[in-house]
Write a protein that binds this ligand. Sequence first.
Ligand SMILES: *Cc1c(COP(=O)(O)O)cnc(C)c1O
Length: 370
Amino acid sequence: MLRSTYAIVHLDAIDDNIRLARSRIRPDTKLLAVIKANAYGHGLVAVGTHLDKNPDVAMFGVALCEEGVSLREHGVQKPILILGVTDDAHFDAVVQNELTPAVFSPEHVYALAAACRRTGKSASAHLKIDTGMHRIGVIDEQMLSDVLDAFDACPMVTLSGIFTHFAKSENDPAFTALQAERFDRAVALTKARGYSPIVHAANSGAILGQTDYSYDMVRLGIAMYGCHPDGVSTRESGLKPAMSLVTHISNLKKLPAGEGISYGQKFVTVRDTVVATLPIGYGDGYKRCLTGKTDVLIGGKRCPQIGTICMDQLMVDVTDMPDAAIGDEAILLGTQGDEMILADDLADLCGTISYEILLSISERVPRIYP
Ligand SMILES: *Cc1c(COP(=O)(O)O)cnc(C)c1O
């Protein structure tokens, strides 16, 4: 029993976006697919199990240990890197599930080694270098040397990767170059200590940018789901939006001029108006801050959203669509006829980024994988 509101996830669009990303990096460079936060709202397990079979994907990136464990429970085989900080309490699960944590302090390495001893299994880790994002990572050469000492002392823990994260790769080539320079120095020092980790830095912004930051591997996130990280270039990028948000008209009525609509009655009709009700609201992650700013596609045309967006429903002006009928499809995100609404468009209207729009689509919206 499917409700009439759902998100269609186009796995073939994700594959196409991966191919596009591949065409922009060196052929021998590996690709890590970032599927943290429920695969940016597209479904962690569905996207993970799909991409486990895609030969263009070498590794997965998640934010949390729990996300990695969930992938393993559903049979995902490829290596999984935990991009964020792993809690000490989770290191046993990391080792048991063959997850690869990001580490950047001697304490992390020792905690991982202790989990190896407890579980009787070896582990590998990627070393995170802070080159300017100032979120997590090794911050200077002393700290780098201390962490490498810890790796030297813990033979059950392999240093299998080294990486950094760009703060402005989608719009600041100079700062990105500075970050890369700092990163190159940390990589050189690490290699001089006898380690040969795989080296990776590029996120979507760097993959789509002009300068080659391929290194040994890239980390593809938002572009895999069809959005350009700069928020304005998606239409020209050749990327294919992977999610459509669909609902159907649940009620239709004709109102005279002067009638207020929805909570607060802030929108008042100025003419005879045909109002359609749609069974979707901010409880589904269709943000209330879009109230009165956005359109919905019905019958291939843009129909203005009117009245405050409610938790479970919202209203649309369909006066100019005389054929509109209960049950008609309405597209909130995606393509209908010649019209297209992008996550970037909605993000722009409520002062956020496409990432947050996609991630906001809530759990009660079923994901469909055609
Ligand atoms: C989220 C994340 C990415 C992916 O970034 P996009 O901008 O979505 O491509 C890459 N690396 C790290 C460390 C991240 O946290």
